[in-house]
Write a protein that binds this ligand. Structure first.
Ligand code: FE2
Length: 249
């Protein structure tokens, strides 16, 4: 079984379309979603329509939760809250309902055995970041709930960690883009971002996982960034959410 895992799309439709074209070529058995369909970007409804058609299962990101009133946004900065409110007004009942039905965590056992969460799976409704060994080491507290591979988003980075069984973890080198996850202890895969990468590479990111070979592949795909910037400008949404896409930060 081969699966694709994508997330942090943030209403960036050209990025999602480019990723789905690449996924079509790869032809996985199922596509999974690690949350944050919306927020920042200008095509929330279209993004949700495409996800509803494509995704086998997914989880609620913090921006998604903000739109459906399930997380406190009082400490978010004004521009983020502005787009969240604009997104709420943009969605149809069906699109809103899709977001509202997403859970904080998904444990898959049919199309492979793995967990999806947006932030840390330890207390997924808190949206703690996992992008360093420090965050991974806290997962020993919920060790019994983890699976062999655990996919997370939220940081918009790409990383791979393996828990070493002694309350510690190591970060694996992913520069080969095709990495074995065949370990006796849980692996945490940080899946990157389709619509707003922050690792200095402005291409859309997603991962695939071969459940038999136990290998994860990290993918990056070019898309029409200027189209997204133009749309953000035309809707008078905060311009910085467009400009940052050029640099991948
Ligand atoms: Fe995000």
């Amino acid at each position: 079984m081969k699966i694709a895992v994508l997330g942090d799309i943030h209403s960036n439709l050209p990025a999602l379309e480019a990723v789905l074209r690449e996924i079509k070529n790869i032809s996985p058995d199922a596509v999974f979603f690690t949350g944050d369909a919306v927020g920042y970007g200008p095509w929330p409804g279209e993004t949700l329509d495409l996800l509803r058609e494509t995704v086998h299962a997914g989880v609620l990101g913090n921006h998604d939760a903000a739109v459906v009133g399930k997380t406190d946004v009082s400490d978010y900065y004004d521009a983020v809250r502005y787009v969240i409110n604009w997104t709420i007004d943009s969605l149809s009942n069906e699109q809103y309902g899709f977001l509202d039905r997403l859970k904080y965590i998904h444990s898959e056992s049919e199309k492979g055995s793995f967990i999806l969460s947006h932030g840390s799976p330890r207390m997924p409704e808190r949206y703690d970041y996992v992008f360093s060994s420090k965050g991974v080491n806290r997962l020993y507290e919920v060790r019994q709930f983890l699976k062999g591979v655990n996919f997370v988003g939220h940081s918009h980075y790409m990383n791979l960690f393996v828990m070493t069984g002694d309350d510690k973890s190591i970060e694996l080198n992913i520069s080969s883009k095709d990495v074995s996850v065949d370990y006796p202890n849980p692996v945490i895969c940080v899946c990157g971002s389709v619509g707003q990468p922050r690792d200095g590479d402005n291409r859309a990111g997603f991962v695939t996982y071969d459940t038999e070979k136990k290998r994860v592949q990290f993918h990056r795909v070019e898309y029409d960034i200027e189209k997204t910037i133009k749309k953000i400008k035309s809707l008078k949404l905060p311009g910085s959410f467009g400009e940052r896409l050029r640099n991948g930060y």
